[in-house]
Design a protein around this ligand. Structure first.
Ligand code: TTP
Ligand code: MG
Length: 438
């Protein structure tokens, strides 16, 4: 099948095995840990439900409470209308139509999350923690897509089941896991059969698995894009995969082409560990290879600004500034300049990157350009300030006390919603591949 020749799978050697782990109704599951009598009951975790409060939102609802129409981010007043608080019932009210409300206790949820994450790190060498209850694991080296001796299940499925069971037994909360050859498919798979789900999408099945998925579940499609796609008659990932890539590009710019690729099951992001990166980089492909020196310089300038900006927002200083130049078809050249000491200097990133480009590649026809800063050092010794709340400004946390450890780089790559302005391809005709280069 054509799918098997897509880059990101066959081209990069053996298919990766990516697990996406997402805990079920996580805050409610935590509340049940310390109050086992809430098991099987409608539980709402949020703020502002106490008499006289009335302001606040639902952080999460147990699946039993979701049956009543209660959901995350809903105003608490709406939740209370749909599911009255059990403590407020009068003698004649039906307790079966009422719920248990609990106040967000983030410290407790973080401690439970830490126990879950410890298991995940034990099960995989590369773990990318995305939020308090969500992580990607690259387990390519720990298991295989081969079938287990006993039947038609893959070894990867058995491995994922083992991860799920360890979390359930050792921590006492339920996870849903998606297993797939790439990150975006694994994420969709983990959500596919919640709660307590285990969905395995084998390398040859990615496209057929994605086909019926509503388009808004494709990475990078937010409500606005979904509406626009809908008006073009594109409702599912399958419709998107079959749409004309250049028409999508005309409508959505460089992102259109990328969404098309994602819908076809192509996602060449690798699972990179959370924490302090060794380097920060960004690259961008041209729609058509170009030798136009100003086009190339413009892209490098935009990439340099983006990378320097990210370094600054993460409190990183760098001692090396480099570029990557991809000459058609796939000839990859990297050049770098080392500085005498660590700096945080966006102008220097731009000028060094441009010098490296001009010195050797002024005439060259290029397909893709990248800029990287490396040999990073962090002024702030407190890791948590880098990976925790600081990302709130880039969409990592919302007002309901939700924690996200997502870094800015991967927040853009994950694109759960419309990318903020300026996150896109840096130049006319440039296609931002949203990947980091090594
Ligand atoms: P999610 O994984 O989105 O939700 P969930 O774990 O509650 O439910 P699901 O089974 O569908 O995965 O978010 C994890 C936690 O983050 C959630 O338990 C509460 C918190 N959160 C908020 O505080 N506000 C929000 O709007 C959302 C979506 C989540
Ligand atoms: Mg969850």
């Amino acid at each position: 099948m054509a799918e098997e020749t897509l880059p990101g799978t066959a081209d990069d050697g053996p298919d990766s095995i990516v697990l996406h782990v997402d805990m079920d109704c996580f805050y409610a599951a935590c509340e049940r840990l310390r109050e086992p009598e809430l098991e099987g009951e409608p539980v709402v975790v949020g703020m502002g439900y106490e008499p006289g409060e009335g302001h606040g939102a639902v952080a999460t609802a147990s699946y039993e409470a979701r049956e009543f129409g209660v959901e995350s981010a809903q105003p608490i007043s709406t939740a209370l209308e749909r599911l009255p608080r059990i403590d407020d019932l009068g003698p004649d009210d039906d307790p079966a139509a009422a719920g248990h409300y609990r106040t967000v206790d983030l410290d407790f949820y973080k401690s439970v999350a830490a126990d879950v994450k410890a298991i995940l790190h034990d099960c995989a060498d590369v773990v990318r923690e995305v939020s308090i209850d969500e992580a990607y694991l690259d387990v390519t080296d720990r298991t295989a897509w081969d079938l287990a001796a006993s039947g038609d299940r893959t070894l990867a499925e058995g491995f994922a089941r083992y991860v799920k069971q360890r979390i359930a037994r050792e921590v006492g909360v339920a996870a849903s896991i998606g297993v797939a050859p790439n990150m975006s498919t694994a994420k969709i798979a983990s959500d596919f059969d919640k709660p307590d789900g285990l969905v395995v999408v084998r390398p040859g099945e990615v496209r057929s698995f994605l086909a019926p998925i509503p388009v808004e579940e494709v990475h990078g499609v937010g409500p606005v894009t979904a509406r626009k796609l809908g008006s073009l008659g594109i409702e599912t990932a399958g419709d998107l995969a079959e749409a004309d890539a250049s028409a999508l590009e005309a409508e959505f710019g460089s992102r259109g082409r990328e969404l098309h690729e994602r819908a076809r099951g192509y996602d060449d992001r690798t699972v990179t560990p959370t924490g302090r990166p060794k380097s920060l980089s960004r690259e961008s492909a041209f729609t058509e290879p170009t030798d136009d020196v100003e086009d190339k310089r413009e892209v490098v300038r935009a990439l340099a600004a983006d990378v320097a900006d990210r370094a600054r927002s993460r409190g990183a200083m760098y001692r090396t500034i480099g570029i990557k130049v991809v000459v058609p078809p796939f000839d990859i050249n990297t050049r770098a300049t080392s500085l005498s000491g660590p700096v945080d200097d966006p102008e220097l990133v731009e000028s060094v990157a441009l010098d490296l480009l001009d010195a050797e590649f002024a005439e060259t026809t290029v397909r893709k350009l990248g800029v990287r800063v490396s040999k990073l050092s962090f002024a702030d010794a407190d890791q948590s300030s880098l990976d925790g709340w600081e990302s709130a400004g880039s969409g990592g946390a919302d007002g309901d006390g939700r924690v996200s450890d997502e870094t800015e780089a991967s927040a853009a790559a994950d694109g759960d919603d419309e990318p903020p302005a300026g996150r896109e391809a840096p130049s006319r005709g440039g296609q931002s591949s949203l990947v980091e280069f090594d």
